[in-house]
Design a protein around this ligand. Structure first.
Ligand SMILES: [Fe+2]
Length: 78
């Protein structure tokens, strides 16, 4: 009944998961190079993106769908 909504929510979750990965990547590298303030900002932003994934997942489950935890690039290949 809500298949299209669940599909779109999963696409949004995939984009958010990709954002988490990207922000964490930059967090690691900035931290490694001593850019502590910037590293902290990337980490904080990654956590915010994770909260977005959580909200999307809650909505998907509310609609009785399953949460696809693939990244945006992976989900395009399906
Ligand atoms: Fe987001």
């Amino acid at each position: 009944m809500y298949e299209k909504s669940i599909e779109l929510l999963n696409k949004a979750a995939a984009d958010e998961l990709s954002a988490v990965h990207q922000y964490m990547y930059f967090h690691f590298h900035c931290d490694d190079q001593g850019f502590d303030l910037l590293a902290g900002l990337f980490r904080k932003t990654a956590i915010e993106e994770m909260m977005h994934v959580e909200k999307l997942a809650e909505r998907i489950l509310f609609l009785k769908g399953d949460v696809n935890m693939k990244l945006a690039e992976e989900s395009k290949q399906v």
